[in-house]
Design a protein around this ligand. Structure first.
Ligand code: G6P
Length: 603
């Protein structure tokens, strides 16, 4: 994963790099480093730990430098130590290189370079590139980086600084994202746009197998064969959501509370023409006879929710497959396949690779993305956007509910022949009321905070539900384990007796998602089974006043009683709050949980 950034201009580079790196920390945060040029020499500062720890190290940095590169790491090869932190140097400290991705043939290249006398100092795959640039350097940095990346296999976004050519930065991309920025008197490169917000006025995306040479007043893009590429830049949108905590203790809590707006915006845009014309997808779709939804992590849970919802209005087989597994399997792909790639970032490498595989087999691909202009957005045949704005918390919240809203509407549009106008009208009415109902669900925070105090001592938690709430149980369990580090599992309630029931005793909280409209009696029977084994029951339910719920549940959290697309969204809110408050009780790093990264650009 990792985040990379570079700047060449007239302003002091260090404050810019630190600010940019802190905005890139969602990509990884186990170590960080920067390199600048001072008096024709490379100067490097690195640290194991977060970007804020690097600030202390930078007390001795030269304030005058106006060119530099920076990196925040998510370790793949080599532990998160200072030696393994980027930038990596060549043998003589003339070349500094930062990298996002994995160089798969690094051992072969390393052997070759060691035989030539190169000395390696880290355990990373990245360092080989710095030595390879050194090997090819004869005065022209662009030529040397081109020669080096042509030898590399795997995925990479790299940026390179050389003390012998202090007036330029060279960057290259294959697989990992890279955006170039320009302002009147500076040029930038970064893993994504938020790192450049407020600085770059124009941005251009580098495509695979392209390099860029940045100087103070120009950017020059070439392909790996040296052909010049001309690509008009885009103006940076300045209406991006603020990236401040706005008084909330954590970004995650702020983002949970923003869901009335993020879901509301997503729905508003998708329903702009009213119920007589579903319009979430603008492009026509050719006939298809089956659908695959491909995604990872939380986006997979949104896809699975869609699979359940869509079966009601589409009469073709629908299958939601984890993207990394899609690539391992033999899915039936043809020009009759409709493949939906669901991704918040639009950069998850497994989702991107699965998309490419589907496209090369002739399938039509629709992206459901939050990050406009991301690689998945650009490579799909058509895109549907979630309007959640930038999400900083590593654990996805507002983008998940926006994905369910967008996918719900997309399914209705794809399957409109099987829906009556009355059904569409009723869904539109419910969606219009949804932001208010999300706020209603958020009102329960105090009770949830109190329940979380009990939950935070648990070591294992089960989340059980049936039907379209089953993927929400999976998401509830994922949120809890991601940020509180408590082991949690989501399971179909009906499947409990085939295994998980063995875990139940008085120490194991079981969270039931219970809706009057979804196998209510059957889920109540599962609650009886847990009660009979002394399990503690937390019911998240739209039937709070039901006598059986009152009798069986040790704790109950009410959810507004609404069907359709609203239901999985409304059941998600208490689970997000429960995970959040449990993590806060346990004192974990909620916004940057250990070992995780928000955008996973390694396979
Ligand atoms: C990482 C993040 C998750 C996210 C998943 C898929 O694991 O930590 O929050 O759901 O990647 O990311 P995407 O950007 O494709 O939705």
């Amino acid at each position: 994963m990792c985040g990379i950034i570079g700047y060449i201009g007239n302003e002091p580079v260090i404050p810019f790099l630190l600010e940019g790196l802190s905005r890139l920390e969602y990509r990884g945060y186990d170590s960080a480093g920067i390199a600048t040029i001072h008096e024709a020499k490379l100067v490097r500062f690195r640290n194991a730990g977060k970007v804020r720890d690097l600030e202390a190290v930078l007390q001795n940095a030269t304030p005058a430098a106006t060119v530099g590169i920076g990196h925040t790491r998510w370790a793949t090869h080599g532990a998160p130590t200072e030696e393994n932190a980027h930038p990596h140097f060549d043998c003589h400290g003339n070349i500094a290189l930062i990298h996002n991705g994995i160089i798969e043939n690094y051992l072969t290249l390393q052997e070759e370079l060691v035989a030539e006398g190169h000395k390696f100092r880290s355990e990373t795959d990245t360092e080989v590139l710095a030595h390879l640039v050194e090997h090819y350097f004869t005065g022209d940095l662009l030529a040397a980086v081109t020669a080096a990346v042509r030898r590399a296999e795997g995925a990479f976004a790299v940026a390179v600084l050389c003390s012998k050519t202090p007036d330029r930065i060279v960057a290259a991309r294959r697989g990992s994202p890279l955006v170039i920025g320009q302002s009147r008197d500076a040029s930038f490169v970064a893993s994504d746009i938020p790192a450049l917000l407020g600085k770059a006025e124009l941005v251009t995306f580098l495509a695979d197998d392209e390099l860029v040479e940045l100087t103070r007043d120009a950017v020059r893009i070439v392909d790996f064969d040296g052909n010049e590429i001309s690509r008009p830049p885009h103006r940076v949108r300045t209406d991006q959501v603020s990236i401040q905590k706005d008084g909330y203790k954590h970004f995650m809590l702020k983002e949970i509370h923003e869901q009335d707006r993020s879901v509301g915006e997503t729905v508003r845009e998708a329903t702009a023409f009213g119920p007589s014309r579903l319009s979430i997808l603008q492009e026509p779709i050719a006939p298809f006879d089956h659908i695959y939804l491909i995604s990872c992590g939380t986006a997979f849970h949104a896809s699975l929710t869609a699979e359940y919802m869509w079966e009601r209005y589409l009469d073709v087989p629908i299958q939601s497959i984890i993207a990394s597994e899609f690539r391992m399997r033999s899915p039936h792909l043809s020009e009759k396949s409709l493949v939906i790639a669901v991704s918040q970032s639009g950069e998850t490498i497994d989702t991107l690779m699965a998309l490419r595989r589907a496209k090369s087999a002739g399938a039509q691909v629709i992206a459901v993305v939050n990050n406009e202009q991301s690689t998945i957005d650009r490579e799909a045949d058509a895109s549907v956007y979630t309007r959640a704005g930038i999400e900083i918390g590593v654990a996805a919240t507002k983008t998940f509910t926006a994905q369910i809203a967008a996918l719900g509407l997309l399914g209705m549009q794809l399957g409109k022949e099987r829906l009556s106008q009355a059904e569409i009208d009723a869904e539109f009415e419910r969606l219009a009321l949804l932001p208010g109902r999300i706020n209603e669900a958020l009102q329960r925070e105090e009770e949830i905070h109190a329940i979380a105090e009990k939950l935070h001592r648990a070591t294992d938690v089960l989340f059980l539900a049936r039907g379209e709430l089953f993927p929400i149980a999976l998401e509830g369990a994922l949120k809890l384990k991601e940020i509180s580090y408590i082991h949690a599992e989501g399971y179909p309630a009906g499947e409990m007796k085939h295994g998980p029931i063995a875990l139940i005793d008085e120490q194991t909280p079981v969270i039931f998602l219970l809706s009057r409209g979804l196998a209510f009696e059957k889920v109540l029977s599962n609650m009886e089974e847990v009660k009979a084994r002394n399990g503690q029951i937390i019911a998240v339910t739209d039937a709070i006043a039901d006598p059986a719920v009152i009798r069986l549940a040790d704790f109950a959290i009410p959810v507004p009683d609404v069907e359709g697309i609203s239901r999985p969204i409304l059941f998600t809110i208490p689970l997000q709050l429960l995970a959040y408050h449990t993590a806060v009780w346990r004192g974990t790093d909620v916004d940057q949980p250990r070992n995780l990264a928000k955008t996973v650009t390694v396979e």
